[in-house]
Write a protein of this length. Sequence first.
Length: 259
Amino acid sequence: MTDLAKDELGAPNVVDRATFQTELDALRVREKAHTHEGDAIAAGRRRLPMVQVDGATPLIGERGAVTLLDAFEERRMLIAYYFMWQSGHSAPEQCEGCTWVTSQVRELSYIHSRNVTFAVFCQGPYKESARYRDFMGWEMPWYSAQGSLDTFLVGRRVGRMHIVCYLRQGSDVFETYWTTIRGVEAMDNSYRLLDLTVYGRQEKWEDSPARWPQHCSITRTKGGAPDWPPVPVWPEGRPISQWPRLKAGYSDDLGTGRR
């Protein structure tokens, strides 16, 4: 990158340390209010009523046919992420948003320590989607909910990403909360970290000053702006996190006949 290219990017005003701290302290008041409001909203979630669902609703897992009750793995609570799926399509054609958030759910021991299981309920067939899970290197429990989506997502749009939370009382199962679209950012840490940086998520919708970079998205794009070396510039056409898996030698063959 040339010095001229660097100068073409916007940047904050340069000030002394005292002025910087004054501005940061003012923002911190808003950050704390935001945190406290988030705590209050979470308290409201804990007080929501719940609705009973059929614990015998079938799923397909690595051991074959199982039930929603089995997916709890004997824990009291279950968080299920409903992964969108394009049946019969190749790995590059699978949902970039679902791939984005699922790629960031790794260490489950903290969730387990609170008597909670996390699992993915794929909206497509088990065989194809499990091969995708293996290609991506994900280790969380994985099930196909394809034949039960009208039961699991009653009143909601099948084919959209969802998080649904469940509570088990003996053999009785209850739904306690659900969210979709930007609500699934609860699974994400990359955006949370990027939001702390001067250029943010670098997406077009953000309220940023003039000349701030806004080239990026979670979709089938380059891994960063092309004028930003040493950012890895992946070819287009796939969810971003697939490229490092291919580079590491993992096969993206889902058995669909399409590559």
